[in-house]
Ligand binder design. Sequence first.
Ligand code: PBG
Length: 326
Amino acid sequence: MFPATRLRRLRQHPVLRDLVRETALVSDDLILPLFVRPGHGIRKEISSMPGHYQLSVDRLVDEVGAASQLGIRAFILFGIPAYKDGVGSPAWDDDGVVQQALRTLKAAHPDVLLITDECFCEYTDHGHCGVLAEFRGRRDVDNDATLANLSRQCISHVRAGADVVAPSGMMDGMVAAIRRGLDDAGFPQVPIMSYAAKYASAFYGPFRDAAESPPQFGDRSSYQMDPANADEALREVALDLDEGADIVMVKPALAYLDIIRRVKDRFGAPTAAYNVSGEFAMVKAAAAKGWIDERRIVLEILTGIKRAGADMILTYHAREVAQWLK
Ligand code: PBG
């Protein structure tokens, strides 16, 4: 007897497979992270992130031009400042490296979307994501003292040309403080993409080399989330949406696909997922050894993140993917 082929029937013809496909990954979904540093003519490769560089502003302009030729239209900028201090004040310097990059990019590539990461770990000499205070003999980030600085950083970035601000420090009340700051400064139109459910993850390892931002003592588990928690992520997202977040992010992506799905199902809000540096580095390392098919793996990973519920994906694979999807 001919075997039952009920579910296989629609897999027989390639055109039919295309017709019934539920998830389509497109270049419009992608956001490419870029690292900017002071200087001129600098393109310094990040060893744990092959194909990614710390770029001076002039080289960054070339990089954005090349990526936009490939079809990438959204970028998130991280700064490596000329100096660091105890509170991270270079972050809100109107002549800081990110501010300079924003002004130059806006003039050179007016059509791309520029998102800025809003945090202090790259700007503080201790590498933590805000101002420190001592409580019961333990140094920790002072939530409320950090909020005022975050708001200053965002306003400075938006004045320089940022289209969207993305606070990543996991301070309570950060979205409300930034919203108030931007509204008062005359920027009620600028959206906030909040790193709402950001976990204290080992997957950020390569990024900390890239951004020169590892904590000099302790770790980030007093502000980033415990990987074991899921209900708490929903509370984080609820709070951020309530405070005025326009887009909510889950980060990292791969070990947290369940969180992406629950956030999307529960809130139906624009949802971003960050396919972080460690996720990228693992693929690159295995591909370099010839152990995996990089193209198929990357497309499968990003399609999986989108299928889980992400509307957009921040990924270091963006350039290659845009080329493959062309
Ligand atoms: C800064 C920030 C981090 C990342 C994005 N923004 C590092 C951290 O929280 O330690 C990680 C990105 C990546 O690993 O790709 N607050």
